[in-house]
Each structure stands twice: as C-alpha cells, then as structure tokens.
Design a protein around this ligand. Structure first.
Ligand code: DSN
Length: 415
C-alpha cells in the first residue's frame, strides 16, 4: 500500500496503520465477523467520495454536485437487489445495528413487543438486549436453543410468540452455527400477526452464494452488515418488500442518519459486484468446508462444539471440559498468534466478561487461501495453546508456527 502522504503528514497514524497491516498479516484471525476486503474495495472506500455530502437519495438530494454520488448509490442498490433478489434496498445504514434501528423505528412504537434470540444463545445486542436501545424502548422477549442439542428450539419460538404476541419477530444470530429455517419463522410470525425481521449480518455471503436458504421470500425486512462473510467495507444495509420501501428510506434518512457515506457505499457496490462472481461462490464453499474441518479436528482433540458441528462459517466451542474460561483461552491464543473472541455459550453460568466458550470463524483465513490442511494445523495449535495456557514459552513457540503459517498465505501482497 502506498501511504506516502500519510507518512509525511501524520507519522503516528501512519505507524499505527503499518502495525495494523502487520498484525493482520501475521496473526491467524478466527474472529467470525471479520474478513479482509479486497484492494478494489479499499480503494473505493479511500476515494474522493469521502468528501461528498449527499443527504437524500439518488435524484432527490439536498446538495448540488451529486451526479456521481447518484451513479454510485444507484449501482450499489441495483447490484444488491440483483444479488439477493430483493424488492427494495437501502444501502445507507452505517452499521448493522443502525439498519435494525431503522426497521424498528419504522414499524414499532415505544413499549411495543419484540421477540428475538437471546444474546447468550447466539442472538445480537440489537435484538432486544436490556443494555441496547431495543431493550430500553421495547418490551422484549426471547427464544433460545435447546439445552441438549444446541439447535434453535422452534417449539419455544412458537410458544413464546403465542404468549407474548410480538409486533415483530427477529431471526438471525451472531453465534449460531446451523442453518436457520426462515420459512418456519415466517409461518410462526404470520400465525401470530407479527412482522418478521431477518438479520443476516453473519451469513449474508453464504446466502448470496446460494449456500444458505434466503429469507428474502419469507421476511418483511432483511438487514445485514456488508463486511463479515460479505467481505465488503464495514457497513449496513436493509432489504424489504416494496410496500415498506418509503417508510424505510424515510427512517434511514432523515429519521436516524444524516449524510450517507458515499465512499463506503461505493465500496459496498464493489463488494456486491465481487459477490456475483464464480470466485466468490467458490470462496464461500471453502469457508464452509474449512469450518467443518476445523470443527471436526477440534472434536478429535476432545473439544466440545455446540450443536456438535457447523453448517456455516463459524462454530461455538464449549470449553467447560477443558478447565479454562473463554477469557483465558482468548488471552492464551492471542499470545500464540491466533486471534479469537471469547463467547458465551448457551446456558453459560459465567458472565459475558469471562464466558465458557470461544467463537471461531473461517472467513478471514479462507480469504488468504487456506484450505482443509491448514485447518488441521490450526486445530493442532489451538489444542496445544489451550492445554498449555499458562506456559508462556510454549505459547511463544506456537506463535512462531502461527506466524510461519500466516507467511505462507500473504494478505496484503495478494489483495
Ligand atoms: N460484533 C459483531 C460480531 O462479532 O458478531 C456483531 O455485531
């Protein structure tokens, strides 16, 4: 990357950027929600569009000079519509949570009822958590996963819907490794006169590649981020049925946001174009194959995987039989050169700051070209690091191995 101007003007930020590039290059990153965007996406996001105000929508702006911003946003919308088969798309939300906020504010009043997946069972903060605006503004109820199987308990979803009569049901997760039956959720929503919001932030790339059933035919609203399996810039988007197009657009702007980030929207457009390629489909297939292989290998080492495996890009590891908390495991693995996040497991008795689990995902390592063999190496390193979590010298030895593995799959020189 050519950072010559940054180096001259702001050496401190330049150094931080260099160190981040080095970190991303040298670490084995298994954070399920992270990825490496392409050079084309980075260029679009770093382009002159960062200078442009464009409040409003294409052809309906509150600023002059929006001719090219209009082109960019129109391309992003049209590509996303084609990619996901959506009636209407809004590409302006700055994040997944803001996309969800726009949906809730469009159709709910304060004190209305939301039914979402419990955070500790794999749901997301913005699906009703008490510490989030959703928990503060609305009456929130939750469904979860079966204690024995770890799968979403559709009987509980139905019972909860019948009991709490939600105005909206939210389906979608941040830490759930199995196929989600959007059609079944839609049936329950209809039976209870509820709207259905599907938040596909984690699995959007898999859906775009046809590797996970799409909620588009079943849900009233579909929200997503654009940077996880989608491998685009950080940001959000909303898809909805045509009848909600006007209220959604009005709620995003001027309802909850001001000027759209046209440079990010340009990068989103590039990501949608990349997602239409055969290469992207093959990438997503490899993401899933890698996740399955990593889960299998970890199981061979004695790790327990919630639901006993995975259908998508991530898995949740139950560490209780390994005598280590999620927090200590995260710390040990970081020293060993493997970046992960601690994660609550369903029915966890430890607080969110400690946890009994780890969430592992394969989008980043797959982008750098790793395949099943490398998942075997990574599983081996994870096992050694967890077994020796308090032996710094062993962790340091593993970190050399992790760095060597990373070196064989360069990131920035290959973007
Ligand atoms: N923080 C994201 C994740 O890691 O899944 C969700 O917003």
């Amino acid at each position: 990357m050519n950072l010559q101007y940054l180096k001259q003007i702001d050496p401190e930020i330049y150094e931080a950027v260099l160190k981040e590039i080095q970190r991303e290059e040298e670490k084995i990153i298994l954070i399920a929600s992270e990825n490496y965007a392409s050079r084309a996406i980075l260029e679009a996001q770093g382009s002159a569009f960062t200078n442009k105000y464009a409040e409003g929508y294409p052809e309906r702006r509150y600023y002059g000079g929006c001719k090219y911003a209009d082109e960019v946003e129109t391309l992003a919308i049209e590509r996303a519509r084609k990619l996901f088969g959506a009636d209407h798309v809004n590409v302006q939300p700055h994040s997944g949570t803001q996309a969800n906020m726009a949906v809730f504010f469009s159709v709910l009043n304060p004190n209305d009822t939301i039914l979402g997946m419990h955070l500790t069972h794999g749901g997301h903060l913005s699906h009703g958590s008490p510490v989030n605006f959703t928990g503060m503004l609305y009456k929130t109820f939750f469904y979860g996963v079966n204690k024995e199987t770890g799968f979403i308990d559709m009987n509980e979803v139905r019972e909860m819907a019948e009991r709490c009569k939600p105005k909206i049901i939210v389906v979608g997760a941040s830490a759930y490794s199995r196929i989600i039956d959007f059609e079944a959720f839609s049936k329950i929503a209809k039976e209870n006169n509820a709207l259905l919001l599907a938040d596909i932030a984690h699995i959007a790339g898999l859906i775009a590649a046809g590797l996970h059933p799409s909620p588009i035919p079943h849900a009233d609203f579909v929200t997503s981020t654009t940077h996880k399996t989608m491998r685009g810039p950080r940001g959000g988007m909303i898809m909805c049925k045509e009848k909600y197009a006007k209220i959604i657009d009005k709620m995003v702007f001027p309802g909850i946001q001001g000027g759209p980030l046209i440079h990010v929207i340009a990068a989103k457009a590039v990501a949608f174009k990349e997602a239409m390629t055969e290469e992207f489909k093959q990438y997503q297939q490899q993401v899933v194959r890698n996740a399955k292989r990593l889960a299998e290998k970890l199981k061979e080492f004695g790790f327990k995987i919630i639901t006993n495996g995975t259908d998508n890009h991530l898995m949740l590891v139950d560490l209780r039989n390994m005598n280590i908390t999620g927090k200590d495991a995260e710390t040990a693995l970081e020293i060993a050169g493997i970046t992960v996040n601690k994660n609550a497991i369903p029915y966890d008795d430890k607080p969110a700051s400690i946890t009994s689990g780890l969430r592992l995902g394969t989008p980043s390592v797959t982008t750098r070209g790793m395949k099943e063999e490398e998942m075997d190496e990574i599983a081996d390193m994870i096992y050694s690091a967890i077994k020796n979590f308090n032996k710094i010298s062993v962790l340091k030895d593993i970190s050399v191995k992790a760095k060597n593995l990373a070196k064989r799959f360069p990131v920035y020189s290959s973007l």
